[in-house]
Write a protein that binds this ligand. Structure first.
Ligand code: ADP
Length: 247
């Protein structure tokens, strides 16, 4: 199978003449953790929005597993297995942690939210949801009401609900943002764990996280690719140093 899971060519997004993403050609290798980094305003979020088609590119193409998906709608892209982590706001706060993952599983299997489920089916879904929670260290929180979880655990739940949709390519949007050291370490480790057998593209500001788990880093600045490669390579790049020091 092709080693490149996701490839953009000349991806460009203009907002009324302002070029937010400028001719980005990105290749994400299957099985890797690939980080997108860059100063504020570099175009990282716009790039994610283009990949999931929350935004339509002005120019350029996006291919997933060799298939051109540039013209597909967000739901089609999700069905192909490109799943973006849901923000906390998309998690139902009054449901239990387990119920939130179960809803993700029902989305994945295309079931609507039937009020009535056979008991057998419900037990199967609960077992799968519990197994996913164990993967992200939330096994003991399954029956907690989601709103009562500490912040770091809520972010881990976001990853769990994404996993429930069986992503082939998982897009994580600043998964450690706003966390203290302990939570950052825990979430970093769990990202590493859940990356086995799948590909992760993440926007991340924390250099310790990026240097410890990313196989490849793409540094963006002013909408364009400034440098790319493993941490050891990009961290020594003079243009990267300047972009970070200069802002
Ligand atoms: P990052 O995520 O790297 O901080 P963004 O992708 O959010 O950067 O933004 C890149 C640039 O595009 C910024 O200058 C931002 O102001 C601009 N931008 C983003 N979205 C819009 C929009 N909807 N309309 C106009 N400008 C936008």
């Amino acid at each position: 199978m092709n080693d490149i899971i996701l490839e953009t060519k000349h991806l460009t997004k203009e907002f009324r003449g302002f070029v937010a993403v400028n001719d980005i050609s990105l290749r994400v290798q299957r099985g890797q953790i690939h980080a997108l980094i860059g100063p504020n305003g570099a175009g990282k979020t716009t790039c994610f929005n283009l990949l999931t088609k929350f935004l339509t590119p002005t120019r350029g193409t996006i291919a997933f597993n060799g298939v051109d998906i540039t013209k597909e709608r967000p739901a089609q892209i999700a069905r192909r297995g490109i799943i973006r982590s849901f923000q906390i706001s998309a998690v139902f706060p009054h449901l239990t942690v387990l119920e939130n993952v179960r809803i993700g599983l029902q989305r994945e299997t295309g079931l609507s939210f039937h009020f009535w489920q056979s008991e057998k089916r419900l037990n199967q879904l609960n077992d799968r949801a519990q197994a996913i929670l164990e993967q992200v260290d939330l096994g003991n929180f399954a029956n907690e009401i989601t709103s009562s979880l500490p912040y770091g655990r809520k972010r881990a739940l976001e990853i769990a609900t994404t996993l429930a949709m069986e992503p082939e390519l998982m897009l994580l949007d600043e998964p450690t943002q706003g966390m203290g050291h302990e939570d950052v370490d825990r979430v970093t480790q769990l990202i590493k764990r859940v990356s086995v057998g799948r590909t992760i593209l993440m926007v991340e500001h924390n250099m310790n996280v990026v240097s410890s788990i990313a196989d490849t880093i793409t540094v963006l600045a002013r909408g364009a690719v400034l440098a790319e490669g493993p941490y050891s390579h990009v961290s020594r790049d003079p243009a990267v140093m300047e972009a970070y020091m200069g802002t």
